[in-house]
Every structure is written in structure tokens, then in C-alpha cells.
Design a protein around this ligand. Sequence first.
Ligand code: GDP
Length: 296
Amino acid sequence: MVLAQLGGSISRALQQMSNATIIDEKVLNECLNEITRALLQSDVQFKLVRDMQTNIKKIVNLDDLAAGHNKRKIIQQAIFNELCKMLDPGKPSFTPKKGKTSVVMFVGLQGSGKTTTCTKYAFYHQKKGWKPALVCADTFRAGAFDQLKQNATKAKIPFYGSYMESDPVKIAVEGVETFKKENCDLIIVDTSGRHKQEAALFEEMRQVSEATKPDLVIFVMDSSIGQAAFDQAQAFKQSVSVGAVIVTKMDGHAKGGGALSAVAATKSPVIFIGTGEHMDEFEVFDVKPFVSRLLG
Ligand code: GDP
């Protein structure tokens, strides 16, 4: 279910509830079940949805609601707060500072949009006056360096990589050192992805991370992976210290639920979303407007 549909379903469920003459437990349960179905169809993990339902029932005590109170509003507010809570891990991610060198490492499965997102992230900061640089530490996929090179050249961002060297750790370290000397303030390391969550991928990530000591590790996730989001995000978090999430492909047939699962699994906030293939199709992620849109 795409975001707009989810908002529509939730609004309809709330509307149906307020159409009822008396809002009793049965009506509330029906409404919450309807919302649960909508969230599940949007790929929010089952456990998260169940917890949300329990929390709302705890908050919304029908007996305590004085007559005349707008019950629909109260329930809507409770749902809004619960969804915001799900998207807020409670602590902000590390935020690089302009003029001060930060190393940011990107991880994610192949095809998630990692390389594209690295350039978008660099481009976003470059427009704000930063001095970003890109390092291609993906020696696994043939063509990875060419792709990064092409993107970087288009955006006029310095890049580092090699056609000959097969050791990703060596390239990552050399790239980071090179750009530190050049006083770049945002050194972005693109790592290799695999089709599956293979042990070799995680081992390589761990080694690159140990060698480059990134200030921030960003997990890039394709929003269309559905219910697999939680397990995938958790697997990455267990291997490297993921500190932030970027959800890609939120345009088109994007589902919103994966974002909630990724936050829950990594205990890290979503910081940006990708909304297209182009360099500038990239938005800062803000919890409240996102949830407002979600609820329609
Ligand atoms: P990687 O293997 O993870 O590095 O993935 P790529 O960066 O090569 O991206 C895989 C495909 O997804 C490419 O065709 C990208 O243009 C596309 N892509 C990446 N981000 C987005 C996005 O936000 N929206 C859309 N529609 N496509 C995207």
C-alpha cells in the first residue's frame, strides 16, 4: 500500500468510527483493527503494529473520556503520537559539521540505491557550501567505480577509486587519507553490496569500518523491500554500528512501512529519503510532517 493509500485507509477508519452514534470498545476495536490492517499492508512489521495497538488501547480509555470530548480527535492524536514514537529512536544521529572533517560510510544491499544516494548526499552538502568527496570502496561489483566516477564528475565532486586494486580496505583508507589532506569536510565512503545478506559482505564492511573509523555509518534501504525490512536492517546493525538510515525509492510505488521497521531495528533515525533517480531528488526526513501526510 503506498503512503497516500495508507493515509486514506486510516482516515476512513477514523471517519467510520466517528459516524457511530456511541463509541464503545467494540467500535474502537473495529477502528484499530482497520488501521492495523492498513499498516500491515504498508509493510510495517507485525510486532510494531501490535505494540502500537496495545499502546493506543492503554492511552485511550473510553470510560475516562468525559462526555462531549471529541473521541475521534483523541484517538487520531494517539495514533499520530504512536507513529511519531515509532520513527523517533530517542536520540539524534551524529551530524557532521561544516568545516570539520567527518567520515561517513554507506552500507546496504546491492541495488538499494547506495551509490546514487552517496552522490545525492554529497551534492546536498556541496550546495550548502561543504567540501564533500567520494571514495569508492566497492571492488566487488564490476562497474561500481565507473558509476561513482560518472556521478561525481557530473556533480563536480572529487572522487577516489581504483580499477586495479581489489582490496576495499586499502582503497577506503587511501581515499580517506587523501581527502583528509585536501581538507575535505565530508568524506563519503561507498562500500560494496551483495544481493543477499552474506557473511562475506558483513565481514568486508566490518573491516572497512575498522580501518576508516567512520563518524557515521548510514544504512541505505530500498523502500520496496516490504516485510523483509526489519530483518535486513537488524542484520546490518549487528555487523557495523549503523547510526542513521536513508530510505530510497519513496517515489512511485513506495511503501512507508519499511521506514518504521528500519528505525526500530537499527534504533537510528531516518535522516533523508530518496524520491527519484536524479541527484536532487533527495529530501530531509522530518518525522511529524511525514506522519501527518501518512494520516492524510
Ligand atoms: P547500489 O547497488 O545500492 O549502489 O544501487 P544504485 O545506486 O546503483 O541504484 C540502483 C538503481 O536504483 C539505479 O537505477 C538508481 O537510479 C535507482 N535509484 C536509486 N535511488 C532511487 C530513488 O530514490 N528513486 C528511484 N526511483 N530510483 C532510485
